[in-house]
Design a protein around this ligand. Structure first.
Ligand SMILES: [Zn+2]
Length: 51
């Protein structure tokens, strides 16, 4: 994990993963999305086509 930096909410966000029964936000939201629980990975277009 990355250490804490001055601006916590700058660019890294998380959301619940739509690909598994997610109770806590496990999906990193960036230019690409990545779930560290089920390893779903892709950009928003990938995900929209897979849902
Ligand atoms: Zn997931």
């Amino acid at each position: 994990m990355q250490g804490c930096t001055r601006s916590k909410a700058a660019s890294k966000r998380k959301t619940v993963c739509p690909f598994h029964n997610d109770k806590n936000p496990s999906m990193k939201v960036d230019k690409r999305l990545h779930c560290f629980v089920c390893q779903a990975d892709g950009d928003t277009v990938d995900f929209a086509s897979r849902l």
